[in-house]
Design a protein around this ligand. Structure first.
Ligand SMILES: NCc1[nH]cc(CCC(=O)O)c1CC(=O)O
Ligand SMILES: [Zn+2]
Ligand SMILES: [Zn+2]
Length: 347
């Protein structure tokens, strides 16, 4: 029988099968599965959170954050060196004042020129000239009451002094050489104030303003508060962080921060807020959207892996791929050190 198409028997083929019904031909090879990724996870997307305390020789493990330590300025370079050599491109700094009397009602030490953040910026820039340095901007680590702004007599956030103080801190970080400032306080109006302050100090063209625009109040920040010693001493953050059901509020905050001049925006937490990430990618489509995989999410994946409920590498790659699929282009993640290795392995 001649081997031509005419003689192929189609008789067993069902009449109502559609030519669009078979999808597996599109992903039956490892390369095809990569082709199907609209956005590939790469090391240049990773931002690693760093806790810097005011004890210069500090190197303290944090029980609730596996593999993460708090460092003093004398210890941070040795810790980061192998990570930078492996391709780490960016860090976000959090200052942790531990010394007696370091906290007050105004968060005065947030921008102490001799404090860990400003000293940290200088040391990191000197030792790692190509490392991109982001500073989280907030008062909660530095206030005696542990809230993210300045309080009025009733104990509520006092809007004007809070926004002025947060903007001043951001500008002082930028003056010290931070490439990027990321206000995480969620107090209304701070993006505009920071932008204006940067402009009047000749820093607007040198500084990226990465706004935590959609930051939700919930139960996922506990390990961070252990690491940063920043739990509020009374009350909670529900009057400035968004309620978890507040998709409309998040959309309004995204539009507002876009209009106030944010250069990039953060959605936080990540795994439980993928709809908000998609909203962010649509509303702020001309800006990079950053997912913050927060401390509670990190600790949960570790705990599940320890119980053999999940395989750590597989679940981390899957969750981080999810952020990209939802529209994120950057990821703040405590898994950055592991991902530097895992992404290399998969190449
Ligand atoms: N404003 C402080 C701040 N900046 C980043 C985080 C959380 C990060 C994490 O959980 O990993 C928090 C905690 C909070 O708002 O209570
Ligand atoms: Zn705060
Ligand atoms: Zn913060």
């Amino acid at each position: 029988m001649p081997h031509t198409a005419e003689y192929i028997n189609f008789e067993g083929t069902s009449n109502n099968v559609e030519i669009t019904s078979i999808l597996s031909g599109g992903y039956n090879h490892p390369l095809l599965r990569e082709w199907q990724n609209e956005r590939q996870l790469t090391t240049n997307m990773l931002i690693f959170p760093i806790f810097l305390s005011d004890i210069e020789d500090d190197e303290t493990a944090i029980d609730s954050l596996p593999n993460i330590k708090r460092f003093g300025v004398n210890k941070i370079v040795a810790y980061l060196k192998p990570l930078v050599e492996k391709g780490l491109r960016s860090v976000i700094l959090f200052g942790v004042p531990l010394k007696e009397g370091a906290k007050d009602a105004y968060g005065t030490n947030a921008d102490d020129p001799n404090g860990p953040v400003i000293q940290g910026i200088k040391i990191l820039k000197k030792n790692f000239p190509n490392l991109y340095i982001i500073c989280d901007v907030c008062l909660c680590e530095y206030t005696s009451h542990g809230h993210c702004g300045i309080l009025d007599d009733s104990g509520a956030i006092d809007l004007n002094p809070s926004v002025s103080r947060i903007a001043a801190v951001a500008i002082n970080y930028a003056k010290a050489g931070a490439h990027c400032v990321a206000p995480s306080d969620m107090i209304d109006g701070r993006i505009q104030m920071i932008k204006k302050g940067l402009l009047s100090n000749g820093l607007a063209n040198k500084t990226f303003v990465l706004s935590y625009s959609a930051k939700f109040s919930g139960n996922l920040y506990g390990p961070f508060r252990d690491a940063a010693c920043s739990s509020p001493s009374s009350g909670d953050r529900k009057c400035y962080q968004l309620p978890s059901g507040g998709r409309g509020l998040a959309r309004r905050a995204l539009k507002r921060d876009l209009q106030e001049g944010a250069d990039g925006i953060i959605v936080k937490p990540s795994t439980f807020y993928l709809d908000i990430m998609r909203d962010a990618a649509e509303i702020c489509h001309d800006l990079p959207v950053c997912a913050y995989h927060v401390s509670g999410e990190f600790a949960m994946l570790h705990a599940a892996a320890e119980k053999n409920v999940v395989d750590l590498k597989t679940i981390v790659l899957e969750s981080h791929q999810g952020f990209l699929r939802a529209g994120a282009r950057l990821i703040i993640t405590y898994f950055a050190p592991e991902l530097l290795d895992w992404l290399k392995e998969s190449q």
